[in-house]
Design a protein. Structure first.
Lengths: 461, 434
């Protein structure tokens, strides 16, 4: 039976189970008017039956389909001719792909009859497996629903059980956040460890040359890769620093004006407009940077007699700064508003002007929160991808000159991972090592920032 | 403040300097500083709004022309000798276009001249003729005027994006081509029409044939996966954390995780998708299903945080009233609290979806960056999404792709504006102050 149809059948069975449970509840209560005899509302009996029918059957369904392909491939591979099974693992992967393509019909007539036979066997085993799945899932579902149906009595506490299941589902949903974190850590960590087996971690962290090429032949000239990531880190920091130089003053001043000076009309008009800047997709900023800002900066530099690369750090950093302005301003706005009015009034009472109050009282009081916001903005800048992919360079230059092209961690991850990948090649694995550094760096920044902001809020609440 | 000048002119009594005089002396400077500071703040806002305007204006001014496409009228002779008689889908329609062009400009005899001449018309013209013959086989053997799409270089010329004064070597269109085009324009054989192809076709290497339909469908399927997973999971998690969770280490851990995930760079989610979904679970590459899963993990924190804020704003009296008349805890939440919090939850979800729609970086990691001509029709077909299409076109060197990129951005921004406006309206319409 086709899995999609089976899924619909299971859903249909659940509806039947609901109806059956409901009917049974009315029956044991002694009619529709005697519902008061039941412990729970009648629909809970139906729900319970449906849950016991659907949950085990769908769990089985999911696990079966998740593990089915790899098991079937193993079965098929074991029946291949001996000389094919002795091939190296990358060739085996190719054969597996070819078999899959024959099965889906992408390849009509393969050259090798053994492959055709394997594909036919694949199809046979798969249809057998689908029949087995249908039988197993449906019998589990019917058994579950039947058990509940048989147990329904007026005193049966159906509501409590249904609510327990719902609660467990909710717990499950909330643990997904933890699972995601574990998934991120595990995926970048495992591949990074494989990378550090090929390239020592000290070379990666402190090496001054980044040139992720791996020789195809051993005797190739200039084929030895260099995996010293310092130039990449330096480029990331340079671009982030430019972005912060643009966004922090503008964002902070805008937040001060909006929260301290602007009237309510101006505030309600300007704030959403600034938020629009944050809502523009980063790929749009990247296009803007590459097409408008970078040529403008290059030509202006040319007029002044400066040589500015067309993929200069300045262009990417500047546009990234524009993107971060609303981020800085809304975070600062929050913390400035959290400063109690009494502190301002005290300052006014001593005869300070508004700007003096802001500079000498409000800002110092809000400083921890502002610093937290800037840290969050920094982590945003470090992790920003599309702007730098489209507007920053690829070559890793170790320079502090904003007019030259530099590369960043995210650019390198994207270039290493788009295109052909081999997962036994340090070139590909290097991307995961960079990802690990990126994740750890932003995590530390976020934890510090969240801690600072939270501490600060508590202070005035 | 009333008249500091006169106060300053009065000499102090004896040697005693009065404080008020010092204050008055500095007052003018202090007010100047006040005004300056105020101007800085106003300037910062004006500068950021200026950036916003520049971004929009530069995209719009480059992109709006892409909604028109240049067509050229050719008198096509549907030559029966060029087509297999029983199968009109196999035929050399390209040759018909060439013949029509050759008849119009018989002077182009040399190989180079012919190549230049044929380069005026898009390769899509042949497909158009084939489609016409398939729909109406009676056309065979007749001559009829047909409007066919012009090549992108011609399109750029007609739209005024080509500078004729540049030296011929650095120009895409050569001198002879310019002469022919001027002739065609003078004959009224060139026309700009609304570019339906842009909305109806998939990606192409030819700028004049490239469209966003494939990317739109890819985005649609991806967002469906994202929404149908992240909305129920996000709401369930938020309800649990806000209404049921005891304060213990486990729930603390969950909260810390959610807050941190909200700030993890999106590209890291791409690495997760690549390592877990594609390499470990062997999901198909470039599929909207995987893209949707990755974006689900990315938008979940946004939805959970917004939903929790919305649940928190429902006053406790509602809960107490429901509990007081005998509802269970779960009934209180599902029958009363959740419906009241729903507008806020939906607002947060729409904002999360808008984020997901604009997201590019993680999708590059899972292979949605491939060049895909076919329009995807399911969750496991290879597909790309609108922002990735923007990225791909932005990388293409042809001048024609610049306007396509800008136009795709305009479509993307339109969707984002609609989504965000819906969120704002929803909030305005249903927001309740308790």
């Amino acid at each position: 039976m086709d899995p999609t149809i089976l899924f619909l059948v299971i859903v249909g069975l659940c509806i039947l189970a609901y109806v059956a449970g409901l009917k049974r509840a009315y029956a044991v209560a002694g009619g529709r008017r005697e519902v008061k005899n039941l412990h729970s509302l009648p629909s809970y009996y139906g729900w319970l039956a449906a849950l016991w029918c659907g949950v085990p059957a769908l769990l089985l369904y999911g696990f079966w389909l998740a593990f089915e392909p790899s098991i079937i491939i193993n079965v098929v591979l074991n029946h291949l001719p001996q000389e094919m099974r002795d091939l190296p693992s990358d060739r085996i992967t190719l054969i597996v792909n070819e078999i899959r393509n024959i099965v889906t019909g992408a390849i009509k007539s393969p050259d090798d009859p053994a492959l055709m036979a394997a594909a036919q066997q694949y199809g046979r085993v798969r249809s057998l497996s689908h029949v087995a799945l249908a039988v197993a899932a449906l019998s589990v579902g019917i058994a579950g629903a039947g058990t509940v149906w048989w147990r329904i009595r007026p005193a049966f506490r159906a509501r409590n059980q249904v609510e327990f299941v719902m609660k467990m589902l909710m717990v499950l949903c909330s643990t997904i956040a933890i699972l995601t974190t574990i998934g991120i850590v595990a995926s970048v960590l495992f591949e990074s460890i494989r990378f550090f087996r090929a390239v020592p971690i000290t070379e990666f962290l402190f090496g001054l040359e980044w040139n992720p090429q791996i020789a195809i032949r051993a005797d190739q000239v200039a084929g030895s890769g260099a995996f010293g990531a310092v130039p990449v880190f330096a480029g990331t920091l340079l671009i982030s620093a430019i972005a912060l130089l643009v966004s922090v003053p503008i964002g902070l001043l805008a937040a001060i004006y909006l929260s301290e000076y602007a009237g309510s009309k101006m505030r309600s008009a300007a704030k959403p407009l600034m938020e629009v800047l944050a809502g523009i997709p980063t790929v749009v900023y990247g296009f803007f940077a590459a097409l408008v800002v970078a040529p403008t900066i290059r030509d202006t530099g040319g007029l002044l007699g400066l040589h500015i690369a067309s993929e200069s750090a300045l262009a990417a950093g500047f546009v990234m700064g524009i993107m971060i302005i609303p981020f800085v301003s809304s975070l600062s706005d929050d913390v400035i508003n959290a400063v109690p009015q009494a502190m301002r009034d005290g300052s006014y009472g001593l005869g300070a002007t508004k700007s003096e109050t802001i500079k000498k009282v409000v800002i110092p009081a809000a400083l921890p929160g502002i610093v937290g916001g800037v840290l969050l903005a920094t982590s945003r800048a470090i992790g920003e991808t599309m702007i730098v992919v489209m507007a920053a360079g690829l070559a890793a230059n170790l320079t502090a000159n904003p007019f030259e092209a530099v590369t960043t961690v995210t650019v390198q991850i994207v270039t290493l991972l788009t295109g052909d990948q081999e997962f036994d090649n340090p070139k590909t694995l290097a991307a995961f090592a960079l990802g690990l550094v990126l994740f750890v760096a932003t995590l530390i920044l976020n934890i510090i920032a969240l801690h600072v902001v939270r501490k600060y809020r508590e202070q005035y609440e | 403040m009333n008249n500091p000048v006169s106060e300053q002119n009065r000499s102090p009594v004896g040697d005693r300097v009065r404080t008020i005089d010092i204050v008055h002396k500095g007052l003018a400077a202090r007010y100047r500083a006040e005004r300056r500071f105020r101007l800085y703040g106003l300037g910062a806002i004006i500068i950021s709004l200026l950036f916003l305007t520049i971004v929009f204006v530069s995209i719009f001014s480059k992109g709006y022309t892409a909604f028109w496409q240049t067509y050229v009228k050719l008198d096509i002779y549907f030559d029966p000798s060029l087509v297999k008689p029983n199968n009109p889908s196999e035929g050399n329609y390209q040759a018909m276009v060439k013949a029509a062009l050759g008849k119009m400009f018989p002077k182009a005899r040399s190989r180079l001249g012919k190549r230049h001449l044929n380069a005026l018309i898009s390769p899509g013209a042949a497909f158009q003729l084939r489609r016409m013959v398939a729909e109406d086989p009676d056309l065979m053997g007749k001559t009829s005027p047909v409007w066919v799409p012009a090549n992108d270089d011609v399109d750029m010329l007609v739209k005024g994006n080509t500078d004729r004064l540049v030296a011929e070597g650095t120009r895409r269109l050569k001198d002879d081509q310019l002469v022919w085009m001027d002739k065609l324009i003078a004959d009224g054989r060139v026309e700009k029409r609304f570019n339906w192809m842009f909305f109806e076709s998939g990606d192409s290497r030819e700028p004049e044939l490239a469209g966003i339909r494939g990317a739109l469908m890819g985005s649609f399927f991806t967002l469906i996966v994202t929404f149908s997973l992240s909305f129920p999971i996000g709401v369930a998690a938020a309800v649990y954390l806000e209404e049921f969770a005891p304060t213990n280490r486990f729930t603390d851990l969950i909260e810390v995780n959610i807050n941190n995930l909200a700030a993890v760079p999106s590209i890291v989610f791409g690495l997760l998708g690549l390592a877990v979904f594609i390499n470990f679970f062997n999901f198909p590459r470039s599929a909207p299903l995987v893209g949707g899963l990755v974006l689900t993990l990315m938008t979940l924190p946004t939805i959970i945080i917004a939903s929790r804020a919305s649940l928190k704003s429902v006053p406790p009296s509602i809960r107490e009233a429901a509990l007081g008349i005998g509802a269970s805890h779960m009934q209180t939440v599902t029958h009363h609290v959740l419906p009241l919090a729903l507008p806020g939850i939906l607002t947060g979800t729409i904002i999360g979806m808008a984020q997901a729609l604009g997201e590019t970086a993680p999708l590059l990691m899972i292979g949605m960056v491939a060049f895909i001509v076919d329009i995807p029709s399911g969750f496991t077909d290879p597909a790309t999404v609108l922002p990735v299409q923007v990225y791909l076109w932005a990388d293409s060197p042809e001048r024609g792709f610049v306007e396509k990129t800008s136009a795709a951005i305009m479509v993307l921004l339109t969707f984002l504006v609609i989504m965000n406006a819906t969120a704002v309206l929803l909030r305005r319409r249903f927001e309740r102050r308790w």
